[in-house]
Design a protein around this ligand. Sequence first.
Ligand code: ADP
Length: 569
Amino acid sequence: MAEKKTQTPKAAAPKKAAPQAKPAAPKKAETPVAKPAPKAAAPKKPAPQPKVEKKVEAPVIEKKVEAPVVEKKVEVKPEVKVVAKEETPAIRKNEKMKVLFVAGEANPFIKTGGLADVAGSLPKALVEKGIDARVMIPLYLGIPQEMKNNMQYIGHCFVQLSWRSQYCGVFSYIYQGVTYYFIDNEFYFKRHGVYGHYDDGERFAFFSKAILESLKIIDFKPDIIHANDWHTALVPVFLDCFYRGDEYCKNAQTVYTIHNIEFQGQYGDGLIEDILGLNYDQSQLVRYAGCVNYMKGGIESAARVTTVSPSYANEILDPYYGYGMQDILNARKYKLSGIINGIDEEKNNPMTDQSLFKNYDINSLENKKFNKVGLQQLLGLPVKEEVPLIGMVGRLTHQKGIDLVTAVMDRILDMDVQLVILGTGDWKYENILKDMQNRYPGKLRAIINFSSDMASKIYAASDMFLMPSKFEPCGLSQMIAMRYASVPIVRLTGGLKDTVQAYDHVTGEGDGFTFLTYNASDMLYAIERAVGLYRDYKEDWNKVVHNGMKKDFSWSTIANQYIELYKSI
Ligand code: ADP
């Protein structure tokens, strides 16, 4: 730990010195004399300086009256400001704060999960609040060609990865007022699929270094670099190890957000010298449990570590949720916090969503039923308006609680319900679900696909949305479901705990159905309670639906919390 501190103090030192210099400077003439840095201003000011000294030493009243004292004072001030401009982050000067948000994916360019939603929404919300927020992602093959056609080439450089020197092109594209930058290297990114390649460790080490290297190409000096997940966890590491002398990022502070602690970027330690180019001391930042761990590097190096819900921030301190990172996080608890994600309320709006059979909002809820009927017809399910339709949209992995659903599938489908599942993921879950679909042709549809269009149709058609996650850092699907008037049935974990309030039959409060233990019977009981209310207490059911629809999940509110965090560094 001590070694790490010796590498990183540069971040802390200039911060504290700069604000102290500011208030002291305007009072006396000594301060400008002591700062020869602003060369441009220097030749103009030698004359006033000696006069000011005289004023201090010999307080002759007559002279004061005669001398153009006012002029002198006016001239001294700008000189101080010039110095401050170079050394003080914009945040402290109340200028437009500059934030570079870096991620492995961003909506609408490329998406595999919730990270893309955040990268597509948070920067936009920050820009709307007057922050100069920009985003940087790799230029993947999978980005739609029509978007690529409209990108602008800005420049290129070469990125040193140990002994390699790799080409790095930079393109830009402005979308909804936000400038997105794309790092181009065909060797690393002109491939099918976003993640999951044999050399992901090298690909994202390249991307992380390319981010810092390309700041001079885009001519951007960020106050904050906000890195996300393991893909960009090396950015704060490389910044401290290699770029603290670089004029484009010497003052940059770093925030590192964990969207899912399960994926840490773990590789054999051969990468340290061969790809990362770190020396022995520097390598301590990323070494963990006998291998290289990118996420650990991000946690160690960043000024602040956040995760995507307060509950998850607490949970990952525990071995059950921490995936081996709990000790590191407990040691760095002082800089860890949780900020819940929002959803893009423009994009996820049942009133305007083009994928729906019929649009609706809280005042025209009677139109929701056309979406149920439309989906039933589309999927070949019996068209029954009164039968509760349960939807699921998400990755088919152990995280999402598919084990619980398959364990009691027979019991669920014993009820008079229909279940529609959309997802891709582990082949074992894909196969089990396909098999079960064959056994329950009139009740179950498993769509093994990634389709935003189908996702929207399911959110709109379903009465209930099942999300029995084993762990859930934040979860966006339950929020989207509520907005589409689909009542969430969730396990109380992470972000689900922070966004879904259990329905209370006595007070009428609440917007969902919940269970606590990761247990199939408990989940089944929650589904039964939801189905019971839907069937027998229509008025109460409508109240639950309304409660969910009225909830504020806008990024606008959440962006303020990030701004506060940025300012606190
Ligand atoms: P995670 O990030 O863990 O995958 P989230 O709930 O945070 O889960 O975000 C998932 C996002 O991806 C939601 O917007 C959801 O609608 C979308 N999504 C997940 N699976 C699919 C799929 N198969 N097709 C379309 N959209 C999907």
